[in-house]
Design a binder for this molecule. Structure first.
Ligand code: ZN
Ligand code: ZN
Length: 190
């Protein structure tokens, strides 16, 4: 199964610190096994281990400031050689949960993403499930490569050069490639 939106069993709820406590903070960690692959930007990612989530909340700037960190190892296919590529991801985002209504006076949010929470759903805990999903999705690489110096596949025989040289003549005996190279040079000389 491919996940293209937040699965219904992704429920992350965080206790909020006591109101009026400027210095108090609450935090929680989760470890979640994800059996399905994520599909994003026409690229498929499968989990090589559990998704680890850490969240920490404290009152600030008239709202609840929550830092969400995710850590995961994903597997996908290299866009150059099509071989398997493992990707270690650690990322965090700041969110400000506020009761203020949309359309209020504009405010400078700085680095934080502002989430408007309906007054009647504000309790002793806050549901951060949507923001955890968003953090995971926004942490995915737009382009996957197995290693920075991946040589891709041989344009002549199609063999992945990760497994070694294929033996094809390398110095542009293919006239189509020669043409391409000439065009590139002309481009950069502009
Ligand atoms: Zn590769
Ligand atoms: Zn070849």
């Amino acid at each position: 199964m491919l996940l293209t939106e937040k699965p219904s069993d992704w429920i992350f709820e965080l206790e909020t610190p006591e109101l009026g406590e400027d210095t108090g903070s609450t935090s929680r960690t989760w470890q979640k096994t994800v059996d399905s692959s994520l599909s994003y930007n026409s690229q498929e990612f499968s989990f090589r281990g559990p998704l680890q989530v850490y969240a920490e909340a404290q009152w600030a700037d008239g709202g609840l400031s929550v830092e969400i960190s995710v850590e995961m190892t994903l597997s996908s296919s290299c866009s150059r050689c099509l071989g398997q590529a493992d990707i270690d991801i650690m990322n965090d985002f700041m969110y400000l949960y506020t009761l203020r209504k949309k359309g209020g006076p504009p405010e400078d949010s700085g680095e934080e993403e502002i989430v408007f929470v309906p007054v009647d759903s504000w309790r002793k805990t806050i549901n951060i499930s949507d923001q955890v999903w968003e953090t995971v999705i926004m942490s995915l690489p737009l382009r996957v490569i197995c290693s920075p110096d991946c040589k891709g596949i041989c344009p002549l025989c199609g063999k992945s050069l990760r497994e070694g040289e294929c033996g094809c003549p390398q110095n542009g005996t293919d006239p189509r490639l020669e043409k391409l190279r000439d065009m590139k040079i002309a481009d950069t000389e502009e």
